[in-house]
Design a protein around this ligand. Structure first.
Ligand code: ADP
Ligand code: ZN
Length: 817
């Protein structure tokens, strides 16, 4: 017997269940040796022997059942008190089960990365009794300064209505602003001093700004939320309000109620680094009671914020996705702002949805949850429509400022102009296959009842597809080079930009090129190809020169003519860089800035350049979705969406929903000052509801149509999905592994007797990424529970795979690429 190993006899009373921080699916049972005293409560960390080494694990409390063979002793107890309270621990274990991720790793992921070694929450050092303060001087209040950092500091201090702000708070929002503060002090724009903390956190009535009195709609929403807070019962709300309708104000007031009752609160926001204004508003209202959790923090800073929450010093957490696990004490309310935002979904490792977990956490804590958005996700909308969530609507903007006017430009109509204006380019356009399709508004056909994969099915579908598309001509050899310089500023848009420049106002141009830089469509009718079974787009699969459905694996020979109208199908490719060049040719004297992942760099740079634009230092800002979020740009009168089809034609059943959300969000950047704004959306398919409904700001009509399509094609919210991704360095082995795991799934489906469908396997739309071949298949079931035995069968099959192939499951997947 070596180090504490026993030989399997039952030892009552001192067995403990431990979630080991290793990739193992189940907790292990260990023995607590008598010298360590009693069983450590759930949520305390332990050191345990694991294989030949040791590992850190988490106590889950006393183990039940007989002692397993080879029982070993825990070595050490690391914490004096649990790191998670009981409801949070329940949430984490629930998430581990639901998202099928090792419990020990889930618990570890919920802790701040800086937390190593022993932690005694009660003994955490008191937060600086003495700290550094700063305040604007009168000269600083209206100062014009040069440096972007200095400007950012002044903006922050101006946004804070209190006279004195702790330097720590500023550093938390802008980590590298220390030198800027020193320079501002030198120039007499702010004062900096050190003092003992003398004040209570901000009180709205003392800040000089008169508290706003809520509008009738806000008051109505608040009454409902406050009642739920007072009752301390689970109650889910959808706060559906257009941008500028005062949602944030509702959050702030509801949180005030929690704090008055001695309860905490948790607020999740997307990408906080983009919205210092929002942080400023929370600070202004709640001062030091806010703990800020975002990815721009250093480990030590995150740890210190975590501690302040844990020991109750800060009752309110405001943070991004991972803040869903923040140790807020007895939360009285959970808020998810912009609940439809994709950043709430973690896309690797522990793939959870913080939005969905917010609802689960609220349920477990017994408190209301408030999901806010101008364009709610269809999942949330459907929950509201079917009575599970209560809808609170804010239908008007606060100052009754009109929504911007939206115009569509049909690129099919302008292509003649484009060709005339750029004759050298017309010759470069060549016939190509349609790469993608979308759910068209006339409706996706109901999918076939079963799509369980087998060789016969595959052959059958091939023949069916080939015959249904028999009018296509034989595929010709094609050149895959994208037409990188296709002009994309229509005469209408160019006109509007010129008018805006003439008035000395600003333009934002938006080009979503996420995922792909090229796509194919028919320039005559704008109709692309879609899979008859899945109603999602077909993509060109290069090695085989065929069109492929990435959901079900169906493939079709390349057509050279559009199947709808017989028109020519063209391949277009562009990115923000090309668009920027085109712009500078058209408007040589305009000041243009471009923002995308390549040009933005670090979060501070992004914030700096957005503020520079907000101050009017540029005339035109062109960028990806980075330009769609956060900031208020009062000088922007014109917003142009260069190619709405880029997002619309992604092979994803949510393509239309995302397009509507994105275009609405960018459109919301226009006309936030006193003059009305204008929005121009360029598209090849102006009849697509995702584009057409934005014109009338008609979310309801769009959502209704889209929900019907989802119901007919059987996609969420009308079913549950698990996506299985198979990745490996070698193409043939990865494909074989995909087929092997998929047939294990097929067998489990037959055994379950449930109406579950298996789509695929097929190469993933991004079929090669970072040197890995990627395949996928999709499981569609009526409920989450129905899919559990099938997912387990996939995991068992995956465990026996060789050749460096990895299988990962994504429960409720958001990205289908
Ligand atoms: P949303 O979060 O829906 O975009 P905000 O809460 O940011 O809306 O409100 C938009 C603007 O209106 C903000 O400047 C806010 O201070 C102001 N505001 C909100 N509620 C009121 C109110 N009841 N009275 C006056 N101004 C308000
Ligand atoms: Zn298909």
């Amino acid at each position: 017997m070596n180090d504490g190993e026993t030989d399997g006899q039952t030892i009552e009373g001192n067995l403990i269940s431990v979630a080991v921080g290793r990739p193992v699916p189940e907790p292990f049972t260990y023995r607590v040796p008598p010298e360590l005293g009693c069983i450590p409560e759930p949520g305390r960390r332990l050191v345990v022997p694991f294989g030949r080494a040791t590992a850190v694990g988490f106590s889950l409390g006393p183990a039940s059942g007989p002692a397993p063979k080879g029982l070993r002793d825990i070595r050490q107890i690391l914490d004096d008190a649990p790191l998670f309270d009981a409801p949070l621990l329940r949430l984490l274990l629930w998430a581990a089960g639901y998202y099928r991720f090792p419990p020990g790793e889930v618990l570890r992921a919920a802790l701040p990365p800086g937390l190593t070694g022993c932690l005694t929450p009660s003994g955490a050092p008191p937060r600086h009794a003495i700290q550094t303060w700063l305040a604007l001087t009168d000269a600083g209040r209206n100062a014009q300064v040069r440096g972007p950092r200095m400007k950012a500091v002044l903006e922050y201090l101006n946004a804070r209505s209190e006279p004195e702000v702790p330097l720590d708070e500023l550093l938390a929002a802008m980590p590298s602003c220390r030198p800027a503060v020193a320079r501002l002090e030198e120039q007499g724009f702010c004062r900096v001093w050190t003092a003992a903390r003398a004040r209570e956190p901000a009180d709205a009535s003392l800040t000089g700004k008169a508290p706003l009195s809520p509008t009738p709609e806000q008051a109505q929403a608040l009454t409902a939320i406050r009642q739920a807070i007072d009752e301390r019962k689970f109650a889910p709300f959808l706060l559906h309000g257009v941008t500028g309708s005062g949602k944030t104000e509702v959050y702030l007031r509801a949180i005030e109620r929690c704090l008055d009752l001695g309860l905490g609160a948790l607020v999740l926001v997307p990408e906080i680094s983009l919205t210092p204004q929002l942080v400023g508003r929370f600070r202004a209202r709640f001062g030091e009671k806010v703990a800020l959790l975002h990815s721009g923090l250093k480990d030590s800073e995150r740890l210190s914020e975590w501690r302040r929450l844990k020991n109750g010093e800060a009752p309110l957490a405001v943070g991004v996705r991972s803040a869903i696990f923040a140790p807020v004490r007895s939360p009285g309310l959970i808020v998810v702002d912009e609940e439809h935002d994709g950043s709430f979904k973690q896309e690797d490792g522990f793939r959870y949805s913080a939005r969905d977990l917010a609802v689960v956490r609220a349920q477990q804590q017994g408190c209301p949850v408030l999901l806010g958005s101008a364009t709610p996700s269809l999942e949330t909308l459907w929950n509201a429509q079917s009575g599970r969530y209560r809808t609170l609507r804010l239908s008007r903007r606060i100052d009754d400022r009109p929504m911007p006017t939206v115009r569509l430009v049909d690129l099919k109509q302008t292509k003649g102009h484009l060709a005339a204006a750029f004759p050298q380019l017309a010759g470069k356009m060549r016939l190509m296959a349609a790469e993608s399709a979308r759910m068209s508004q006339e409706g996706a056909e109901a999918p076939e009842e079963t799509a369980i994969y087998d060789a016969d099915f595959r052959r059958g579908s091939f023949q069916r597809a080939a015959s249904s598309l028999s009018s296509f001509q034989r595929p010709r050899r094609t050149d895959d080079r994208p037409l990188a310089d296709a002009p994309l500023i229509s005469p209408e848009l160019a006109d509007a930009i010129q008018r805006t420049l003439d008035r000395g106002r600003q333009t934002i141009l938006f080009l979503n090129r996420r995922g792909t830089t090229t796509f194919h469509l028919c320039l005559d009718c704008g109709q692309p190809l879609r899979c008859p079974d899945c109603a999602v787009s077909l993509t060109l699969h290069h090695p085989r020169g065929e069109l492929l459905c990435h959901y079900c694996g169906r493939n079709i020979p390349l057509p050279s003519r559009c199947p709808t109208c017989g028109g020519r199908i063209e391949r277009l490719g562009m990115g923000t860089e090309q668009a920027e060049q085109e712009l500078s040719k058209l408007f040589p004297s305009a000041r243009i800035d471009r923002l995308d992942r390549d040009s933005a760099g670090r979060p501070e740079d992004l914030t700096r350049r957005l503020s520079s634009f907000a101050r009017g230092e540029k005339d035109i800002l062109i960028g990806t979705q980075m330009v769609a979020k956060g900031h208020d740009f009062p000088g922007v009168l014109l917003v142009g969406v260069l190619l709405a089809d880029l997002a619309l034609n992604l092979p994803d059943f949510r393509a239309a929903e995302r397009t509507f959300q994105l275009v609405t969000q960018v459109a919301g950047r226009a006309g936030r000052g006193t003059e009305p704004g204008e929005v121009i959306v360029q598209t090849f398919d102006p009849s697509a509801p995702a584009v057409a409904r934005v014109v009338g700001h008609d979310f309801d009509a769009f959502a209704e149509g889209e929900l019907q399509l989802r119901r007919r094609a059987c996609f969420p919210p009308f079913c549950r999905l698990i996506s299985c991704r198979i990745e490996g360095p070698d193409g043939a082995r990865t494909e074989a592994a995909a087929r092997q795991t998929a047939s294990a799934a097929a067998a489990a489906i037959r055994a379950s007797g449930q109406p579950i469908r298996l789509l695929g396997p097929a190469p993933a739309p991004l079929s090669r990424l970072k040197g890995q071949e990627r395949w996928q298949f999709l499981l569609k079931g009526p409920t989450a529970k129905s899919l559990v035995p099938v997912a387990s069968a996939v995991e068992r099959a995956a465990a026996s795979l060789k050749g460096g192939v990895r299988v990962s499951l994504d429960v409720d997947p958001l990205s289908m690429l």
